[in-house]
Design a protein around this ligand. Structure first.
Ligand code: C2E
Ligand code: CA
Ligand code: CA
Length: 684
């Protein structure tokens, strides 16, 4: 009775059946619930153990149990069992034999429902297979890191690295598959540890990394590290690599296009200024200086216009090469655009240190450029500014270097100048003049002064030079040397020039000089005015309204006009000559003083610059030069005027040597229109 109770209270389903045919002769309540039979049913329908199993398994099962029991004394196995309603489930069955006093040999069979367990196992197996498939078939390399070594990897890893066998590189520190250094210059070893640490701390870490293939080739990958703890509690890092060679190339290309000049291959303005910022920061830390050099080719526009852009481009390429050759590797040379280049020299202790470099830069333009069969000498002008001495910001430094470069251009090109405060003041002054020149003609701020020109032989006034005077309410009296240059640069000289011609001719008409020969009024004309298509018509118009003969007007022209090389200049000069207007070569001796200019253009007078007259009685060389100029002019059929005569001795000397006309303080200062009218009346 006691044992029956125990049997009935077993937590698992249990039954006792006859070994001979498996007939269930006793069962506990759990058996009933598991299989869904009532007790009567079991008794009446003479249920066997094999009825509770899936038909497919039943015959096999009988044999297996019998064999196992006779050999090993018991049997256990997992069997697809079957309930009363026919539904199947997995159960684990344990069968043990027992000699029953009445029924003979019986089996005690215990059923454990393992459907849930089995299901869970299956899902696990399935997901594990999925993961394995994913791992093996992934095109990204997947690796597993344990204890800072690679312990497993997939096929894609082998393909990517070009190894045949995992054994060739597993069980090594992750950095062993990298070059010694990463692109940022850090050691791979050290950086790899840091990357793994970050992944562990932050739950994942994505970054770019350089790896190295079995053949030594370095290639870039994007790495994703994800930390994971296995069931056994082992800390792993899962590591996925994606080869980004192509993306990186595209990215580099876009970056290159944005930062480099395609023609010269040099950094462009943006990158150059960025580097300047870096240099400024660095030199601030180290207490050193940065030199910013602004380099501009001389006359490049002319080369470009006459030889064509193709050759212009070749010259720029060659220039880039020459500049790079002269500079140290750590220096930056960039192209700002056009024929402008910027050079950055860092770690300068003493501004004096840049001298040899700048000299070499200028020297590098000594050799001619070879274009096809042609040789071409092209020089460069350089301006230099220093951080922190001259300015603190990159844009200011560039501007000041540009100002210094401009200074070089004005002082004969092919050279260099360091920026000085003076230059800035000059630039500011120019801006101020420019501002006030605007509308100055309309406001009536200009007047003319007239300086007499005398015939040396009898010292009679034969003409005058009209000299412009500017009085501005804010700036007061401004010297013509100063404002004419600005008016030329801004083009305002065209309007002012028209004013001068108009007023000068009006004055002459008003004076009505008594006619002992024609009275000639000399007007200065700037190079810029020759580019004005209205120059001729303006002159014609004024001659007409004043009713003056055209030979009453002389135009004073400097060599600058001829240097511009414009075809229209020669044409205009011819037309003026044809009209009967006199042409004076002004300031002779100061510029190129080219004989060929005198010969090839229709000048009738040559004006010796006052700088030569100044020292004529103290300086032997000047004396000889003045004599030579007078003789030369006469041999070419030109008359000679000497300007700036301040003493009787100078006048005497000029008279002795056959100079035709004189002008200067000794004979008369520039005076107002009224004064000049009175002067003429008193003389004649
Ligand atoms: P420039 O053509 O050489 O003019 C002669 C300059 O010499 C004038 O200076 C005159 O005042 C100065 N001068 C005359 N006699 C003597 C002398 O005995 N000793 C000294 N030391 N100087 C003497 P200014 O009036 O200051 O003009 C300077 C320059 O400005 C002129 O040089 C000329 O190039 C330019 N300029 C003046 N008026 C005009 C104009 O209407 N148009 C243009 N384009 N330029 C002008
Ligand atoms: Ca003049
Ligand atoms: Ca002069």
């Amino acid at each position: 009775m006691f044992y029956r109770d125990i049997f009935n209270h077993l937590p698992e389903s249990a039954c006792i059946c006859r070994a001979a045919d498996g007939l269930v002769i006793y069962n506990n309540p759990k058996f009933e619930t598991l299989f869904g039979f009532g007790q009567e049913e079991i008794n009446e329908s003479s249920l066997t153990l094999f009825d509770t199993t899936n038909v497919k398994h039943a015959p096999q099962l009988k044999e297996n149990i019998a064999n196992s029991i006779s050999n090993e004394g018991s049997w256990s196995g997992e069997i697809l069992s079957q309930k009363k309603d026919g539904s199947a489930f997995w159960s684990k069955i344990t069968v043990s034999p027992f000699e029953h006093p009445e029924d003979g040999l019986v089996w005690i069979a215990m059923h454990e429902d393992i459907s849930d367990k089995k299901q869970a196992l299956e899902t696990l197996e399935k997901s594990e297979k999925k993961y394995r498939d994913l791992f093996e078939n992934s095109r990204d390399a997947i690796l597993i890191i344990e204890n800072e070594t690679f312990v497993e990897c997939n096929q894609a890893t082998l393909d990517m690295l070009g190894y045949k066998d995992k054994g060739e590189f597993l069980q090594q520190h992750p950095s062993k598959l990298s070059p010694p250094k990463q692109p940022d210059g850090r050691s791979s070893d050290e950086k790899a540890d840091e990357m793994m640490r970050i992944a562990l701390e932050e739950g994942s870490n994505r970054f770019e990394w350089d790896h190295v293939r079995a053949n030594g080739e370095v290639f870039p990958v994007e790495v994703l590290l994800t930390p994971l703890v296995t069931e056994k509690g082992v800390q792993q890092i899962h590591c996925v690599w994606r080869d980004i060679t192509i993306q990186k190339k595209q990215r580099d290309q876009i970056l290159y296009q944005a930062c480099y000049d395609s023609l010269s291959g040099l950094p462009n303005r943006m990158l150059a200024l960025d580097r300047l910022e870096q240099l400024i920061k660095e030199s601030h830390r180290r207490d050193t200086k940065v030199a910013v050099l602004f380099l501009d080719l001389d006359n490049f526009k002319k080369v470009n216009d006459t030889l064509g852009h193709e050759w212009g481009d070749k010259i720029l390429e060659e220039t880039a090469k020459r500049l790079k050759n002269v500079l140290r590797d750590e220096d930056t040379v960039g192209r700002l655009g056009g024929d402008e280049f910027i050079i950055l020299l860092g770690k300068i202790n003493d501004p004096y240190d840049v001298n040899p470099i700048v000299h070499n830069l200028v020297e590098s333009f000594r050799l001619p450029f070879y274009l096809d069969q042609r040789e071409l000498i092209l020089t460069a002008s350089i301006g230099i500014a220093f951080y922190p001495d001259d300015a603190k910001t990159s844009s200011d430094l560039l501007r000041l270097a540009d100002t210094a470069m401009y200074h070089t251009k004005q002082f004969g090109r092919n050279n260099f100048h360091f920026y000085t405060d003076q230059m800035n003041k000059e630039a500011e002054r120019k801006l101020l003049l420019e501002e006030h020149l605007h509308g100055a003609v309309e406001r009536g701020e200009f007047t003319l002064a007239f300086q007499p020109i005398l015939k040396l032989a009898d010292e009679k006034i034969v003409g005058a030079e009209a000299l412009l005077r500017w009085h501005n309410p804010v700036l007061a009296q401004v010297r013509p040397d100063e404002f004419i240059a600005v008016a030329e640069q801004t083009g305002r000289i065209v309007q002012i020039g028209e004013f001068v011609v108009t007023e000068a001719l009006k004055a002459v008409a008003k004076w009505q000089p008594k006619d002992n020969g024609v009275f000639r009024i000399a007007v200065n004309v700037s190079p810029r005015q020759f580019r004005d298509p209205n120059l001729l018509s303006c002159i014609q118009q004024n001659l007409k309204t004043t009713n003056l003969r055209s030979d009453a007007l002389k135009l004073e022209i400097t060599e600058g006009v001829l240097l511009s090389g414009l075809a229209t200049v020669a044409e205009t000069l011819e037309q003026l000559n044809h009209m009967g207007i006199g042409l004076v070569m002004d300031d002779f001796g100061t510029g190129y003083s080219s004989m060929s200019y005198l010969r090839s253009y229709p000048f009738d007078t040559l004006k010796i610059d006052r700088s030569f007259i100044n020292d004529v009685h103290t300086d032997k060389a000047d004396r000889e030069l003045v004599c030579a100029i007078i003789n030369l002019a006469h041999s070419l059929g030109l008359k000679v005027v000497a300007e700036g005569v301040e003493t009787a001795e100078q006048g005497e000397f000029l008279k002795e040597h056959g100079c035709d006309f004189v002008q200067g303080f000794y004979y008369g200062r520039p005076i107002s229109e009224e004064e000049f009218g009175r002067l003429l009346n008193s003389f004649n």
